[in-house]
Each structure stands twice: as structure tokens, then as C-alpha cells.
Ligand binder design. Structure first.
Ligand code: ZN
Length: 515
């Protein structure tokens, strides 16, 4: 359906919802408003006084606010009127997103503390959310649409505002009225925490890795005891009383007890990190006040796996110092590298994951799995052991799906990007822990155009393309070409995302939502 027929359909739907009660002629209003594609039907929302819809004006998506009488305060845009109907046509800019979130609360993120199954889908390009929405309409899982780390924000030259606004506009456009979250991911400073919460994020992932003293992992007992004795006697007294005389029994069958040396080691490795977590948590409370926010603690970006004893120590310390976490992301055994499947022994993973999940269950928070893109081997284990109570974060895979679309639709641009990624990999690698074999990368010039999408089943290719997004996007010429192709084929991109993230959810055994 194109042209007038399509406009007429939209108008009919709009009229059914009571927007244009006195307007009959499509041509007339289109001429007056200069609106070519009239409105996105799913976006139409009516409040007491106004009607809101996403409309297309001269090729650009705009927010249309339709009202009779007083126009709502705050929106930036220009006004047109027709038969007493005022229409405010507003660009999709930050100021307008802020007001829309307060007028239509479903376009704002909320805390997901009551939701068992939560799933983060980082959208580095800011165009993936309509695709993600189609998935989360289908599955019984709550999405975190806005989720970017400080590292991603820096590398993509975006802002936390822009990331949140992209999700808001997409929820508005699709009329997505289920709860969704916004996660300031891997935040390290109090200022970062305050910043994201003050602009409306509802989740903070505190990254305390800079304060984890990993060097104590491998020190001799005598060194550990000597260093431990240097900690303040008040602190030692408190933790010795709390840990040395008691044990923690887990549902998974294990009992965790602490020797003096083990306690000392845990305190030395994690004591400062916990102190920093408390500072970040308090910074959050200062901004959010009485309103809740979801606080996740991430200790995943360390070189050694988190032991059950360390996990129990952290859980009990958080309780002692009054930090309520929604989830903790431990560092699991094996490798969770970006954008590729799990590397390691599955049996070993299952045994260790069972203990971590039991600790999380005992202390009343969820286990969080970072770098969750494409970890198909371990998803069934995670789904089964947690019974669906988990948080998973993905990001890179959404970017790789975008590149895969480019490989299908614009082979020559893809070949260029591939070679560019190979050149720039050295610069990009310092931000990520990954180990692709660069010498094993296929030469893209030799690949037939129709076979380019197959390259995405090669782990080395995936990793190189995964981490070089910052290099590609910081070149404005390249960025423009990427967005042009994806803009033209966005429906294909969204469909691919639906299938790919859907595969994640299926393997995690997430049930379909009742329709
Ligand atoms: Zn992480």
C-alpha cells in the first residue's frame, strides 16, 4: 500500500482513535501540514487533553502533538492549525524526549527489580530498538533497551542522553508499553552514577575492577597474613566476628567456611572494591532519593574467576554495609569473550555456575552474565539452573548483525569495512580482552559477494569486527555510509535482530509471552 491509500488507512485509524474528528480530506491536511507519511499507527496515544503521534514531515520523523485549546507546555517545535485543531510539530531532540517521558510514562524506563528474567540489548548505533521491541513483545522477558558502557559511549562518540532518547522514541513509535530498563553500564565514578540517574536511567552497573587487588590471589599465606594485619583493627574485628565463627550452607549442597587466611585474602582483594561500591551506591541514592534504582555490581572484568568463597564474602559484606544489589556479575570459569561462543569446559562451567547461582539465590539477588552475546553453548545451562531468574547483557552481537546486513546489501562497502577493521584492529584491541588469530582471517577480496555473510560464522572475523566499531564510527565518512545502508534496509536489520536475539532467548528457555 503506497501513497494516498496508505495515508487514508492511517487517517482512518487515527479517526477511529478520535484524533481528527472534524477532518475529512487527506489531501487537504497533507497539503496544509506538509506531512507526507501521515503517522505511525502504533504510536498514537491519547491523554486527557492531547493526542500524540509519530508523524513524518518532509522525510523526517517528528513528534506530532494534536490539541484543541491550550497547547502543552515545554515542547520545542513549530505550530500549525487546522479547523481549530492545533498541531505542534516537534523534532526528535533531547528536550522533547524529556517531556514526552513525563507525559507518556511508558516511554520512560523503570526499575525492573520485580522482574525475574531481564535482558540487556546494547544498541551502539541507536537504531536497533524497534527490532528489539518485536522480540520482547513475543517473549516473557523484560528488556533493558538503553544499555551502554562508558567505554562504548566514548568509542561511538554518543552521549548517555542520546542512548536513552533513542530507546524512548522507539518505544513511542511502536507503542511498546511493557516495562523496560536503562542501564548505565560499567560506571566507575560517582559523577558517572549521578549523571546517568539524573537523566533518567533506572539501573547502574558499578564497575569496581580498578579497586580489586588481584595481586593477592597468588600471594603466600604468610604474605597475606602480614598484609592483613596492617588493615585497621576495628575492621578486622568486625569481619572476623562475622566470618570466622559461622558457615554458609548453600542449596547447591556446598558449605562455605572461612579460615583466617582465606578471610584475610578476601578482605585484601575485595575490601577496597567494596568501599568503592558503597561510594557509588551512595552517589546513586543522593540523586534518586526515595525512588528506587537497580544497582548491579560487576566484578567480571578480572583475570581470574571469582571463587565461591569470594562471592560469599562480597554478598555478606554488601549486606553488612547496607548496599542492596539487584544483581552481581561474577567472573565465571572459562572465557566469555566478546561476540563469540563460550570457550571452556562445559561441565566445569555448569558446576561452578550452580554454586554462584545458589549464592545469589541465598542472598536474594540475580546472577548477571556479561558479554552474553552468542554464548549459545552455556545458555541452556544458565536457563535450567536459574529457572529463568537472571540478567544477561548483550551488545556487540547487535552491531555484528548490522554489519551482516551490510555484507548482504552492500558487498563493496562491507569489503571496505572488513579491510579497515583489519588495519585498525591493533588500536581497538587495547579496549577489549579478546584473542582472535589475525593470521587466520580470510582475505575478503577473494570471497564471492554472495558468500560474505558466511564470514560471520568465523570467530576470528567476529571478534575483529566486533571491537573495531569505534574506529569505524569515528570516521564521519564511513559512519555516514554505514547509516545510509542500514537506514535503507532497517526492516531487514530489525528482522535479523529478532531472529538472532530470539535464538538467545529460546536457548535460555525463556517462554513466549501469553498473547
Ligand atoms: Zn561486564
Amino acid at each position: 500500500m503506497t501513497g494516498n491509500a496508505e495515508i487514508e488507512r492511517w487517517l482512518r485509524e487515527a479517526k477511529q482513535k478520535g484524533i481528527f474528528d472534524s477532518i475529512e480530506k487527506v489531501d487537504e491536511i497533507s497539503n496544509i501540514l506538509g506531512i507526507e507519511r501521515f503517522l505511525y499507527p502504533a504510536s498514537v496515544q491519547r491523554t486527557n487533553k492531547e493526542t500524540y503521534a509519530l508523524i513524518k514531515v518532509n522525510g523526517d520523523d517528528m513528534l506530532g502533538v494534536f490539541c484543541r485549546g491550550m497547547k502543552p507546555a515545554g515542547f520545542h517545535g513549530h505550530e500549525k492549525s487546522f479547523n481549530g485543531l492545533k498541531i505542534l510539530i516537534c523534532p526528535l531532540v533531547h528536550e522533547n524526549a524529556v517531556i514526552l517521558r513525563s507525559v507518556l510514562p511508558f516511554t520512560a524506563p523503570c526499575t525492573l527489580s520485580k522482574r525475574d528474567t531481564t535482558f540487556g540489548v546494547g544498541d551502539r548505533l541507536g537504531i536497533a530498538t524497534p527490532g528489539h521491541i518485536q522480540i520482547f513483545k513475543r517473549y516473557k522477558a523484560s528488556p533493558v533497551f538503553a544499555q551502554q558502557s562508558v567505554r562504548e559511549i566514548t568509542l561511538t562518540q554518543r552521549s548517555f542522553e542520546d542512548v536513552l532518547d533513542s530507546a524512548t522514541w522507539a518505544c513511542f513509535r511502536e507503542g511498546f508499553n511493557k516495562p523496560w530498563g536503562a542501564d548505565g553500564d560499567h560506571l566507575k565514578t560517582e559523577d558517572q552514577v549521578k549523571k546517568v540517574l539524573s537523566i533518567g536511567y533506572t539501573m547502574v552497573t558499578a564497575d569496581v575492577s580498578d579497586y580489586i587487588r588481584g595481586e593477592y590471589t597468588s600471594k603466600d599465606n604468610s604474605d597475606v597474613i602480614a598484609s592483613y594485619k596492617n588493615l585497621s583493627s576495628g575492621y578486622r574485628k568486625v569481619i572476623e566476628k562475622r566470618y570466622l565463627s559461622s558457615q554458609v550452607n548453600l542449596d547447591s549442597g556446598q558449605t562455605i567456611t572461612f579460615s583466617e587466611e582465606e578471610l584475610g585474602r578476601a578482605a585484601l582483594i575485595y575490601g577496597e572494591a567494596l568501599e568503592h561500591a558503597r561510594r557509588l551506591y551512595e552517589a546513586g541514592n543522593e540523586v534518586r532519593g526515595e525512588r528506587d534504582f537497580d544497582f548491579e555490581l560487576s566484578i567480571d572484568e578480572t583475570s581470574t574467576p571469582t571463587t565461591p568463597l569470594a562471592h560469599v564474602f562480597i554478598a555478606k559484606e554488601l549486606e553488612r554495609i547496607g548496599i542492596k544489589v539487584i544483581s552481581i556479575a561474577p567472573r565465571f570459569v572459562g572465557e566469555f569473550q566478546k561476540g563469540i561462543d563460550y570457550i571452556g569446559d562445559l561441565k566445569e562451567f555448569e558446576e561452578s555456575f550452580r554454586v554462584h547461582a545458589a549464592i545469589a539465590g541465598k542472598f536474594g539477588y540475580k546472577i548477571s552474565i556479561h558479554s552474553g552475546s552468542d554464548k549459545f553453548l552455556v545458555f541452556p545451562v544458565i536457563g535450567r539452573i536459574t529457572g529463568g531468574r537472571f540478567h544477561i547483557k548483550t551488545a556487540g552481537t547487535n552491531w555484528l548483525e548490522a554489519l551482516k546486513i551490510i555484507s548482504r546489501k552492500d558487498p563493496s562497502l562491507f569489503k571496505f569495512l572488513y579491510k579497515y577493521a583489519q588495519q585498525k584492529f591493533g588500536d581497538a584491541q587495547k579496549y577489549y580482552h579478546i584473542t582472535p588469530d589475525q593470521s587466520a582471517l580470510p582475505s575478503v577480496s577473494a570471497v564471492d559477494d554472495s558468500k560474505l555473510p558466511d564470514l560471520f560464522s568465523n570467530s576470528d572475523v567476529r571478534q575483529v569486527l566486533h571491537v573495531t566499531y569505534g574506529e569505524m564510527l569515528k570516521d564521519t565518512g564511513i559512519k555516514k555510509k554505514i547509516f545510509m545502508v542500514l537506514g535503507k534496509y532497517k526492516e531487514d536489520y530489525w528482522q535479523a535482530l529478532g531472529e538472532h536475539i530470539g535464538k538467545h532467548l529460546d536457548l535460555l528457555n525463556v517462554p513466549l509471552a501469553a498473547s
